[in-house]
Design a protein around this ligand. Sequence first.
Ligand code: FES
Length: 128
Amino acid sequence: MQYTEKVMEHFMNPHNVGVIENPSGYGKVGNASCGDIMEIFIKVEDNIITDVKFRTFGCASAIASSSISTELIMGKTVDEALALTNKKVVDALGGLPPVKMHCSVLAEEAIKLAIEDYLSKKDKKEEK
Ligand code: FES
């Protein structure tokens, strides 16, 4: 199995690893077949994602996918971040082996969950 340089770079030196205390949104997903888990924390100010952190307990592709995803949504609007697909993650990594595609799906799902969490909290605040 061949990994691109970009995958190796983000796996060896992942960006934005960690947690955000009191995040605007939080998403956690797991893949039942491989057992890998990914968590995404986002900070949103004025509809812009101003900070993103991740924690991934998983394979090299999952770590690289989460690392590059944080970069892809940093500084973007909530809608732009919601439009992130696993295909865009894979393209940004220069490709993933076919058996590793599901690892990029985890990143898309974790980000969507974190944004949905943010939006539901925001709705609740607005209702008050
Ligand atoms: Fe499951 Fe990569 S092998 S996320």
